[in-house]
Every structure is written in structure tokens, then in C-alpha cells.
Write a protein that binds this ligand. Structure first.
Ligand code: ZN
Length: 177
């Protein structure tokens, strides 16, 4: 699997509110993905070859793109409404292709909310009746997959995004999905 951004976030996705399983909604729900903090407009790339399944409004002025990658499905969440040319329902995408861009939540924060499903279930990815994640039964913890993900085909040493989050903007960040 390819990492979905061309640089690893400087803020770890396996801790705090960004990690999979972090509490949401005062502990009544758990975070169903990992939050990869990156600047607005950062290219999101397909982690494997796949087919675009859905694109829809997601949360606080951001959208979500669902791509079936064969052995798993990814919900690329909190992306911008504007998609690169050719990205539409049914489109085939290739590993590494720019498929979306990081959006800006109405609260001002910006990240890729990354969810994975192993395709052993069918139906909508969100299922409010399935606690604690409120997601489809085949939800996976994406953390080990992101940890093991390659940065590109040649696999150079991972680079790190520059620090761009001021204490002020960090304080305003929220991560509900
Ligand atoms: Zn999230």
C-alpha cells in the first residue's frame, strides 16, 4: 500500500484525538479512522489501484471519497468538494493517482480522515447502530497499514511535512469523524 499523502504528517496519527479508537461525542463513539494532518489543498493519492464508488458531503464543509481497492475499501474523508479531472463514480484509479485534495473544515482545521474496510461486509460505511465506531462491521484499524505504507515505488526515506500548525490553530482543531 502507498501512503495517501506524499509526506508523512509531522503530527502522529496514532496518538491523541487523531488515533483510531479515540473517543468522540463525549465517549459515546470511537474514532473510526486516522487523521493525517496536512495543509489545505494537499494532494490525496490512491493507496492502490481501485474504482471510485461514491463521493458525498461528509462533515463541516468537507466531502468523502470512497474507493474500492479490491481487498479493501478506503473512505478518504474531509476532502475538498473539488476533485481532479476524471474522478467520478465508476472511474478506475491507479496507485499513486491524485484523487482528491485535503479540504478545510468549517472550524478551520484540515486533515485527511482515513478509514479502511476489509470488504467482508456490504452496505453503507456509516452504520449508526453499530457501536462503538458506528461503522460497517468490516471496519479495520488503518494504523498498521499506514505505518507499513510505502512513500513511493522507490521507497526513499520518509519525508516529514513542515510544521504549519500554530498553537492558535491547533487549539481550534476538532476531529469528530
Ligand atoms: Zn478523523
Amino acid at each position: 500500500m502507498l501512503f495517501p499523502l506524499n509526506a508523512r504528517p509531522s503530527l502522529a496519527y496514532n496518538t491523541g484525538g487523531r488515533r483510531f479508537g479515540a473517543n468522540r461525542s463525549s465517549g459515546t463513539r470511537k474514532h473510526a479512522g486516522c487523521d493525517l494532518i496536512a495543509p489545505v489543498g494537499t494532494a490525496v493519492r490512491a493507496v492502490e489501484d481501485g474504482t471510485v464508488k461514491a463521493f458525498y458531503y461528509f462533515y463541516h464543509d468537507t466531502y468523502a471519497l470512497e474507493v474500492d481497492h479490491g481487498v479493501f475499501t478506503v473512505r478518504y474523508g474531509e476532502v475538498s468538494r473539488s476533485l481532479p479531472a476524471g474522478i467520478r463514480i465508476g472511474a478506475s484509479v491507479t496507485k499513486g493517482q491524485h484523487i482528491a485534495s485535503i479540504g478545510r473544515l468549517s472550524g478551520g482545521s484540515h486533515m485527511l480522515h482515513f478509514e479502511m474496510y476489509d470488504n467482508s461486509a456490504t452496505g453503507p460505511l456509516t452504520n449508526r447502530r453499530n457501536p462503538p465506531y458506528q461503522r460497517r462491521a468490516d471496519l479495520m484499524d488503518p494504523t498498521p497499514h499506514l505505518d507499513a505504507a510505502r512513500m513511493d515505488a522507490g521507497e526513499p526515506a520518509p519525508s516529514v511535512l513542515p510544521q504549519f500548525i500554530t498553537p492558535w490553530s491547533f487549539a481550534r482543531m476538532c476531529f469528530p469523524p
